[in-house]
Design a protein. Sequence first.
Length: 127
Amino acid sequence: MNVRLTYRGRAVTDADVALIHQIIAAHPTASRRTLSKKLCEAWNWVQPNGMPRDWQQLYGHPVYFLETFVDPQRFRGTCYYAANWTYLGRTTGRGKDDQTNKPNRPIKDVLGYPLCRDFRERLGHIE
């Protein structure tokens, strides 16, 4: 069994990639969200409580903006830039549990991608 990659603890094999291609072929007009739900169902991929990895249902609001981190020492982030992600700056290299105020991990580029035009207003809205 040839492992292509590991994602969230799951080894993705050639057979898994073939299944993904089958799901896409069977639903050519489906959105990425619909396709991902179908894949999670096929893999029986659920949270520890048995529920699917549904952000809006779990947290009660949709996602308006994405961010990711790219280690420029290892990667250029070409795929993100090609998909119109925006460079936002760099991390401090200190991590979330910093106690020394000194870098202790790689400094990464921070990239962002809005999922709707009015994401600023939506993110700033407090109910």
